[in-house]
Design a protein around this ligand. Structure first.
Ligand SMILES: Cc1ncc(C[n+]2csc(CCOP(=O)(O)OP(=O)(O)O)c2C)c(N)n1
Ligand SMILES: [Mg+2]
Length: 536
């Protein structure tokens, strides 16, 4: 059968597990759209390419399934790059397919439409993998590589560009299903033995788990119970063990009592975590005084500025299972565990140390977080933005499982919450999903409210409205800088919602937030909830 390369690509995507494309058509990528209507792929028209990137990110974070974004050459690519950088830093797989100017013009600066001096090089700077297809065979081979990159080690966004003349070429190549099995590094048994030897004699061990451990909850729980040691998670690792478990000290890496505790450990086992600045807010590096054992699928992490004593290059679950097999029986089998964690007290004690420092504003944020939690079902999902309530929520919003609280941790990008929550809701319509953004961050991607209205998703968008760039204002005050550029004029968010065809409400206290959010979750279509508490 003959169709053009654009149509062939769509067939390949449909055969290889992509079911949703977020995009904006333009003259350059028209041939990507020719075959889309007849295919099984769902196309979601977004209002800005950054929204497409965030939506694909949210889609993958909640469902585990990658989505694609179709963008035009030049501005389509540059617009989506911020969202791609966010996905890169948080290890989220997504596929961007872009057109490119005709091959004859590339690199020649003729001034063709949407020209960049080097589009592929630009993409290579933000994606995990970036390829240009110069033929139908290239499309097949590069796409196989892009999709495989999502399953081999640390997932990153992938990029495939196809010049206009290639997109329009006819091809008779048959679409095919690629190999889909994950390919992960297997831990070297000698490294597992070395870790076990250290863990057996450690007196004050502590485990730090990140996003790379998200799927390793059961072996992680068994290990911390065996060792009777504290577990601390990054935001990406939030919920890997129920936060009500006495050994889970929560996503508390930024807090001083926890950093102090970590510095007193004689052995830290870091599983699937960077322990980077964005996990620590804002210490560049943890001060460790003991030994460090790291488990990571990313070899770069095993050789970074933390000098590890034992480096296990492996998937977290496999490595933890192997360690558990080699460790003596569970301490919790006996009535009274005798490890370090029991001696220093459980998570509750450390949580009260952290909570003792909360300001009046933090208490107001806390009450809003509790009000949100009360409105959501047990498996409800929050996509948060870069706002003060979310920085607190990273730690204080209680979860019992992974996949309930998402934050743009690594790249720290304003405007993430709404489009990411939208993508997540489209991936999993039965789940209760909300966006939680600040008044300023919401406005970065407010255009995607129209996408939410158009797709009819029952999506509450909660705005933490302190009428300011609150965090930056507070940072200026703390640094003795005269306040400048930290208070902007906000629209009437309720009226804005109505103008877009969404519902809109303003609430002033927690009970009203719970009630309004509960009702919004049962609505068809999005609801903007402007939260204006007195201490916000
Ligand atoms: C794309 C982008 N630009 C700028 C920033 C810097 N920044 C971080 S938080 C913030 C203020 C956000 O204000 P708002 O959304 O109202 O949240 P609040 O701090 O008031 O809770 C800014 C400007 C950023 N993180 N991302
Ligand atoms: Mg604000």
């Amino acid at each position: 059968m003959s169709r053009n390369v654009g149509g062939y690509l769509v067939e390949l995507l449909a055969m290889n597990g992509i079911d949703t494309v977020f995009g904006i058509p333009g003259v350059h990528n028209l041939e990507l759209y020719r075959g889309l209507t007849a295919s099984s792929l769902r196309h979601v028209l977004v209002r800005h390419e950054q929204g497409a990137g965030f939506a694909a990110d949210g889609y993958a974070r909640l469902s585990g399934r990658p989505a694609a974004a179709f963008v035009i050459s030049g501005p389509g690519l540059t617009n989506i790059m911020t969202a791609v950088a966010q996905a890169y830093s948080d290890s989220v797989p997504l596929l961007v397919v872009a057109s490119a100017p005709v091959r004859a013009s590339i690199g020649k600066q003729w001034g063709v439409l949407h020209e960049l001096s080097d589009q592929l090089a630009l993409a290579a700077g933000v994606f995990g993998i970036a390829r240009r297809a110069e033929s139908a065979e290239d499309v097949r081979d590069h796409l196989r590589l892009c999709l495989a990159s999502f399953r081999t080690g640390r997932p990153r966004p992938a990029y495939l560009e196809i010049p206009l003349d290639v997109l329009a070429q006819a091809t008779t190549l048959e679409a095919q299903r690629f190999e889909a099995a994950p390919l992960l590094p297997q831990a070297d048994p000698a490294h597992i033995d070395a870790a076990v030897r250290l863990l057996k004699v450690a007196e004050r061990p502590l485990v730090i788990a990140g996003g790379g451990a998200r799927h390793a909850g059961p072996p992680l729980q068994r290990l911390v119970e065996t060792l009777d040691c504290p577990l601390v998670t990054s935001t990406a690792g939030k919920g890997v063990l129920a936060e009500s478990h006495p050994a889970n000290f929560g996503a508390s890496l930024p807090y001083r009592p926890i950093q102090q505790l970590i510095s007193e450990a004689d052995l830290v086992l870091a599983v699937g975590t960077e322990m980077g600045e964005t996990d620590l807010f804002f210490v560049p590096k943890l001060a460790l005084s003991g030994l460090l054992v790291r488990i990571d699928v990313d070899p770069v992490k095993l050789s970074d500025h933390y000098a590890a004593d034992v480096r296990i290059w492996s998937d977290a679950r496999e490595a933890l299972q192997a360690i558990n097999q080699a460790l003596p029986g569970r301490a919790t089998d006996s009535a009274a565990p005798t490890g370090w964690r029991t001696a220093i007290g459980g998570a509750a004690k450390f949580r009260s140390l952290i909570d003792a420092d909360f300001t009046a504003t933090a208490h107001a944020q806390s009450s809003a977080l509790r009000a949100i939690k009360a409105a959501l079902p047990w498996d409800g999902v929050v996509f948060s933005d870069m706002t003060q309530i979310a920085y607190l929520g990273n730690y204080a919003y209680p979860v019992e499982h992974t996949g309930q609280w998402f934050h743009p941790s690594g790249y720290g990008t304003l405007g993430y919450a709404l489009p990411a929550a939208l993508g997540a809701k489209l991936s999993s319509p039965a789940r209760a999903v909300i966006a939680l953004a600040g008044d300023f961050g919401f406005q970065f991607t407010v255009t995607e409210l129209m996408t939410a209205v158009e797709t009819g998703v029952g999506l509450p968008i909660v705005i933490w409205n302190n009428s300011a760039l609150g965090q930056i204002r507070d940072d200026m005050v703390a640094a003795g800088i005269p306040q400048l550029g930290v208070v902007g004029r906000n629209p009437d968010f309720v009226a804005l919602a109505h103008a877009c065809g969404a519902a809109g409400h303003r609430v002033h206290e927690p009970a009203a937030l719970t009630a309004t959010l509960g009702a919004a979750l049962n609505r068809t279509g999005p609801t903007v909830i402007d939260v204006a508490f007195s201490e916000s």
